[in-house]
Design a protein around this ligand. Structure first.
Ligand code: UDP
Length: 191
């Protein structure tokens, strides 16, 4: 479908993201975890395709993408889902004391996920969070809060492709090092 996913393993993906944070790049590094919905929508949604093309990094979230790459005899090394990526980053961050902002999921899930992260990964700091059921009028204020807090990693769990659209729309304002759309990961972490 003309979407070039780099051949990176999970370990290499984590190392790249970690390096980007260390470099303190001025521009936001947008990681898009490509699932079948995003991939298919890119065929008819030029705006979404542009978001994908402008992303700093694409990962193969869907197993279908890995299978197609194998059929085309140009195989991707493995699947890198948003949820696994977040969990591995959190494990790594335990030693590096990265800061996180969690945006998305229900009010209760968002809070439980933040508590679970801080309990399970000592050293990780959730410096801000907001649930994902806010009104349009509240959005600017939430973006302003993220900007003021300047997290290393902005985790956006609003569902795809809404997360990707939000990150792209505000990429010059968010003042985060890395932003990742992670689907239902906060629900999984919250249990
Ligand atoms: N969500 C949200 N606001 C909304 C709709 C959904 O924060 O207005 C959250 C929802 O609670 C869940 C996540 O977005 O935590 C979507 O998870 P899903 O697995 O459906 O995401 P996908 O894999 O489709 O990106």
């Amino acid at each position: 479908m003309g979407i070039p996913v780099p051949k990176l393993t999970m370990k290499e993906t984590i190392a790249l993201i970690d390096q980007v944070i260390d470099e303190r790049r001025p521009e936001l590094f947008h990681v898009v975890t490509l699932n079948p919905e995003i991939t298919m929508s890119c065929q008819h949604d030029a705006q979404l395709r542009n978001i994908v093309e402008e992303a700093g990094l694409l990962t193969a979230d869907g197993i279908g993408i890995v299978m197609v790459s194998q059929l085309k005899r140009n195989p991707l090394p493995e699947r890198v889902t948003g949820c696994d990526l977040l969990l591995q980053l959190l494990q790594l961050e335990g030693t590096n004391a990265r800061t996180y902002y969690l945006l998305g999921a229900s009010k209760e899930t968002n809070q439980l996920a933040a508590e679970e992260i801080e309990r399970s990964y000592p050293g990780v700091k959730v410096i801000g969070r907001h649930h994902g059921f806010y009104s349009e009028a509240e959005e600017e204020r939430i973006i302003g809060e993220i900007e003021g807090l300047s997290p290393d990693i902005l985790v956006v769990a609003l569902g795809a492709p809404r997360s990707e659209r939000l990150i792209h729309r505000y990429k010059h304002k968010l003042n985060a090092r890395v932003a990742i759309g992670v689907g239902g990961s906060l629900d999984i972490i919250a249990g």
